[in-house]
Design a protein. Structure first.
Length: 263
């Protein structure tokens, strides 16, 4: 009877896994759901900026630090921006809705939002770090999809911006998984698909937290822009055939065990 009970429990587990599978949004557009559109409603803070005072304009979704200090941070809802390197040029970085991507011609149905930005030359690097996403019931085989807009301060197509993304699951734990994606380069800020970056990672084990860092620099331009970050996890769904085969194999194991006990 223990073998049959085990079979029933495993069958129930497999069926439950199929029912509960689906796509989960990890970073969406609004504040409180990841703030992938970089909205700003006030309350931002700066640290490590010396005597610099913040630039702030709430209707413009603007909050930035005019500081060249390495390690300087701009904290806003759901994000922290950290200066990693600086070697000249305008030293502002943070959020601002003044630049590309959010003009009426690009987002006619959007009331407006900001973009993460850094000014400076090609060695001015800023990490755009999402707040840790916890409570994720992740498992091996889950597909994690990322998309974001990457652009520059010019829509002429001559000024390029660079970005690299690091995705970390279960940071600091023995189960940690790290995926560092290849350098991406985009020009301008048009919404014709040319500035969209997409990345994908397939988990190799269970995980419960997700961390995302987008490192940006202006490339050959004077400004780098990141906007419309979206991150989803698509839970792995076992093929019906594989589930059925697993159940049949377990049923066979149970039948053999019963015969041995009766014999």
């Amino acid at each position: 009877m223990r073998s049959l009970s085990l079979l029933a429990a495993v069958a129930a587990f497999l069926c439950a896994g199929v029912v509960n599978a689906g796509t989960v949004s990890l970073i969406g557009p609004g504040i409180g759901e990841g703030n992938g559109d970089f909205n700003y409603e006030g309350g931002g803070t700066l640290s490590g900026v010396g005597t610099a005072t913040p630039g702030e304009d709430i209707p413009r979704d603007r909050f930035f630090a005019p500081s060249p200090n390495i390690g300087a941070t701009v904290d806003v809802d759901d994000w922290t921006l950290v200066r990693v390197a600086y070697s000249g040029g305008n030293n502002a970085f943070g959020l601002d809705g003044h630049y590309g991507f959010d003009a009426a011609s690009f987002e006619p149905n959007n009331t407006g939002s900001g973009q993460a930005f850094t000014n400076g030359n090609s060695n001015t690097i800023v990490d755009v770090i999402a707040d840790t996403i916890s409570g994720v019931a992740g498992s091996a085989g889950d597909v994690i999809d990322l998309s974001y807009l990457l652009g520059s301060d010019s829509n002429s197509g001559t000024a390029n911006a660079n970005a690299t993304v690091t995705l970390t699951l279960d940071a600091g734990l023995p189960s940690e998984q790290v995926s560092a994606f290849a350098l991406q380069n985009r020009a301008g800020f048009a919404r014709d698909g040319s500035t969209l970056v997409t990345e994908q990672y397939i988990s190799t084990g269970a995980f419960s937290t997700v961390d995302l860092t987008i490192q940006m620099n202006p490339g050959n331009g004077t400004r780098s822009l990141v906007d419309d970050v979206r991150l989803t996890a698509d839970l792995a769904i076992p093929e019906p055939g594989s589930v059925a085969l697993s159940m049949l194999a377990l049923a066979g194991f149970g039948a053999v065990s019963m015969r041995r006990r009766l014999g």
